[in-house]
Design a protein around this ligand. Structure first.
Ligand SMILES: N[C@@H](CCC(=O)N[C@@H](CS)C(=O)NCC(=O)O)C(=O)O
Length: 232
């Protein structure tokens, strides 16, 4: 039985990490049996210091991309009905969310002052008072450095809003009236897209970034469709 290690429900979503959500979605869409092991302390056990990771009968696989590859080879390949060209597109589109839109989400949660106050309370509010007064600032500084190193953090606020808007607009145009991005059946990119879109659309956070995503009716419907089919 596969055990998916994540942070656990927060900010109104099953997991505040879009990477954990995307693996959770893949497992559900593929109908693979699994259980969740949810706790922020999983981060200390994570082989690469990041979540998600899975353990399957004693074998540990870390990183959502490697997990997808492992699941495709050893369990169910959600992309088996895609052509070679479509598979390539699904891979590159996934990377666009992982390596670009993801960092806009991190910026919105950790760097925008109003949202940061909500996130700080949600992520660190239960820590003992002294730890609570120190740890959030340290983690926030680390993330600021990461965002600058990645590049997104070098842009102005308005430029990051623009980049985010471009991603939502492209996703909305790509999905159009279809049920899933590549047709009638979900593929690996739908798991990745749902993980990322749910982080903006289904969260209780209400800010400029989440409002932007909620302005695309077909993306909102898409999340609802996946929730109904795979999470009820
Ligand atoms: N490339 C990794 C990225 C995973 C990742 O960035 N996880 C974040 C949460 S979304 C994390 O664990 N961050 C904790 C940290 O960096 O300390 C994947 O796709 O799984």
């Amino acid at each position: 039985m596969i055990i998916l290690h994540g942070f656990g429900e927060n900010l109104g979503v099953k997991d505040p990490s879009p990477m954990v959500l995307k693996v959770d979605a893949y497992l559900r869409m593929a109908g693979i049996n699994f259980t969740n092991n949810n706790h922020p302390s999983n981060l200390q056990k994570a082989p690469k210091g990041k979540l998600p990771f899975i353990v399957d009968d004693g074998k540990t696989v870390a990183d959502s991309q490697f997990i997808f590859e492992y699941l495709k080879t050893n369990h169910v390949n959600l992309d088996e009905n895609l052509s070679k060209e479509e598979s390539a597109q699904a891979y590159l589109l996934t990377k666009s969310l992982d390596e670009n839109l993801y960092f806009c989400l991190v910026y919105s949660r950790w760097m925008c002052e109003d949202t940061w106050q909500i996130v700080k309370k949600a992520f660190f509010g239960k820590l003992p008072p002294i730890v609570r007064s120190i740890v959030p600032t340290i983690v926030r500084k680390k993330l600021k450095r990461n965002l600058e190193g990645q590049g997104i953090g070098k842009h102005s606020h308005n430029e990051i809003v623009h980049i985010t808007q471009q991603s939502f607009s492209a996703l909305s145009n790509l999905l159009g009236e279809k049920d899933y991005f590549f047709g009638q059946q979900p593929c690996s990119f739908d798991a990745a897209a749902y993980g990322m879109l749910a982080s903006f659309i289904e969260t209780t956070v209400d800010d400029e970034f989440t409002q932007m995503a909620r302005n695309y009716p077909n993306l909102v419907q898409y999340c609802k469709r996946i929730k109904t089919h795979f999470y009820s």
